[in-house]
Design a protein around this ligand. Structure first.
Ligand code: GDP
Length: 296
């Protein structure tokens, strides 16, 4: 299971049909290909770049027949996506601190639970910090995930200072010799300046205790929102230093091309993909595997 089943339906199958319907490459074929890329939410800018490269390769006779388009495109997409894949944090000294940011509803809490599970499966000691103190439900949900995965939870009461939760969590991580600390944060984008201050303060508190931490700041984006996810990433990028993206709900969308747009247009690597609601439905992102699955 790659989570790309729906995307493949609109992308791979349509490209296949296009190519088998055309022996030679003409304007119409290229226009149709462009439309397919756009409908998979590869994005206007990235689609433009890919089409430009294809046209250049045709001019240089590197592509002569329609069936050569597929491997060429796969290779192009592979090279856009390659770089910045996660090593699961194994090269960092403990505690490896991951701050998780994103708008409410994108799957942030679920992602934190799945990440906790991932590291627990590796036999690591995991601490979750409920620093989204704005929503009581977020704290409760995180507690459920902690119980489910065997992670420990650091929480304060609803409405308390998120930075204080982060401070306590870092102290606890040190005292309990945790390997991984995952910090949840609020996702109220409509109060952007408050949120910015809050996220910055959390970062500052963590960095004061452990220089270079948080070693990872993951932005969680909902793939089903397509280009909106790209816009959200831009907004968050202005607010906080994002080191990697988690793209959730890829299983529920035909817009899997958004992975390509995120990497190409924002220059931020996709580190993880969410491909379902279950504990095991989070995968480290693998560029070659993803590009391969798109064209399989
Ligand atoms: P939050 O508000 O960002 O913390 O969002 P939640 O973690 O509560 O998730 C919102 C909904 O999306 C829940 O119903 C999750 O089960 C669902 N969800 C999260 N990640 C995925 C995913 O990768 N695939 C699918 N299909 N659903 C997901």
């Amino acid at each position: 299971k790659t989570g790309l089943e729906k995307t493949r339906h609109t992308f791979t199958e349509r490209i296949e049909q296009l190519i088998t319907g055309h022996g030679k490459i003409d304007e119409e074929l290229l226009d149709d290909l462009e439309a397919i890329l756009l409908s998979a939410d590869v994005g206007v800018k990235t689609t433009g770049k890919l089409m430009q490269n294809i046209k250049a390769a045709i001019k240089k006779n590197e592509i002569q027949t329609a069936d050569q388009l597929k491997p060429f495109l796969q290779d192009q997409i592979n090279s856009i996506l390659t770089g910045g894949e996660t090593d699961g944090g194994k090269d960092y000294p403990a505690p490896f601190i991951i701050m998780v940011v994103g708008v409410n509803g994108v799957g942030k809490t679920t992602t934190i639970g799945k990440l906790g599970h991932y590291y627990r499966q590796q036999g690591r000691k995991v601490l979750l910090a409920a620093a989204d103190t704005f929503r009581a439900a977020a704290i409760d949900q995180l507690e459920i995930w902690a119980g489910r995965t065997g992670a420990e939870l650091i929480k304060h009461s609803e409405g308390s200072d998120p930075a204080a939760v982060a401070f306590d969590a870092v102290q606890a991580a040190k005292a309990r010799k945790a390997d991984v600390l995952i910090v949840d944060t609020a996702g109220r984008l409509h109060t952007k300046s408050n949120l910015m201050d809050e996220l910055k303060k959390i970062r500052r508190v963590i960095a004061r205790e452990i220089p270079d931490a948080p070693q990872e700041t993951l932005l969680v984006l909902d793939a089903t929102t397509g280009q909106n996810a790209v816009n959200q990433a831009r907004t968050f990028g202005d607010v906080v230093q994002v080191s990697g993206v988690v793209l959730t709900k890829l299983d529920g969308t035909a817009k899997g091309g958004v992975v390509i747009a995120v990497k190409e247009e924002l220059g931020v690597p996709v580190r993880w993909i969410g491909i379902g609601e279950g504990m095991d439905d989070l995968r480290p992102f693998d560029a070659a595997e993803f590009a391969g699955a798109l064209f399989a």
